[in-house]
Design a protein around this ligand. Structure first.
Ligand SMILES: C[S@@+](CC[C@H](N)C(=O)[O-])C[C@H]1O[C@@H](n2cnc3c(N)ncnc32)[C@H](O)[C@@H]1O
Length: 257
């Protein structure tokens, strides 16, 4: 069959420029959710895939959790390493692609937080990632991740124009304004988002933030066929059941052995 996706789907460098990212993403509403799933055994090994600049990795390690982080962005990892050093934390950060990660140990819990699977544009990318998780997870280990529940009404509204979605100051006192446009491709399920950056009141650049939408029934099925049982599916970080109007899909899975 002909390949269904183009090859130019991408995320612009400025999106994962760690200082620009950290200034925007200061929320911690998912932290308690992930913390509460961590094993009580302090020897348990935890792996965070797509750890970025350590927004969750660092505070989890501060709780005494033995955690390693994987990401493929140099800028994000450098920031994570700096933060860990500042906090005097021993965290192993690995620069790698989660689709073909190959480490020699197995983990008690693997998680992929903050919508990161939306960067896996083709089905095969997701299947490869699930295979990586399956290979690195202990038989009784937990696999947890979150992503959006695609909201067609929201996308339709957002497609109508350019909307200011953020204004903030970075650690280095740069004023950042982000305006967003989007165009959803129904053939590939990829939401072609563009962020128009203004830094210190001057136009800086347009950055792509392409996001593959995963619909609820397909994700349930992909997990099942990839050898996972879904223990819980939540619609938000307060652990409400996944419903029609849920903003998120949050999965807690175990290997089907
Ligand atoms: C939305 S951010 C989440 C970062 C962090 N976990 C957080 O909660 O703030 C997504 C991260 O996924 C990383 N990423 C995207 N595709 C990846 C891939 N194929 N392999 C490894 N990391 C990837 C990006 O570099 C980015 O740091």
């Amino acid at each position: 069959m002909e390949n269904t996706t183009d090859t130019d789907y991408k995320v612009g460098d400025l999106i994962y420029d760690a200082n620009i990212y950290d200034g925007l993403n200061t929320f911690m509403s998912d932290f308690m959710f992930y913390k509460n799933w961590m094993p009580k055994d302090t020897n348990a090994e935890i792996l965070e895939l797509c750890c970025g600049s350590g927004r969750l990795t660092i505070p989890l390690a501060k709780e005494g959790i033995k955690i390693s982080g994987v990401d493929n962005s140099k800028s994000m990892l450098e920031q994570a390493v700096l933060k860990a050093k500042y906090e005097k934390l021993e965290i192993k950060f690995i620069e790698a692609d989660i689709r073909n990660l190959d480490l020699s140990i197995k983990y008690d819990l693997i998680f992929i937080p903050f919508n990161s699977i939306h960067h896996l544009y083709e089905n095969q990318n997701l299947f490869d990632t699930f295979k990586v998780v399956e290979k690195h997870l202990k038989d009784d280990g937990l696999f947890i991740f979150d992503c959006y529940n695609p909201n067609i009404q929201y996308i339709t509204e957002a497609e109508k124009g350019r909307n200011k979605i953020a204004e903030y100051k970075t650690k280095h006192e740069r004023n950042v304004i982000i305006e967003q446009t989007m165009k959803y491709e129904s053939k590939t399920q990829i939401n072609r988002i563009e962020w128009h950056y203004y830094i210190n009141q001057e136009f800086n650049s347009v950055q792509n933030l392409d996001m593959r939408m995963y619909f609820p029934q397909e994700l349930d099925t992909y997990l099942k066929f990839s050898g996972f049982n879904i223990l819980h599916k939540y619609g938000n970080f307060d652990k409400d059941k996944f419903e029609n109007t849920s903003e998120k899909q949050i999965f807690v899975c175990k290997k089907n052995i």
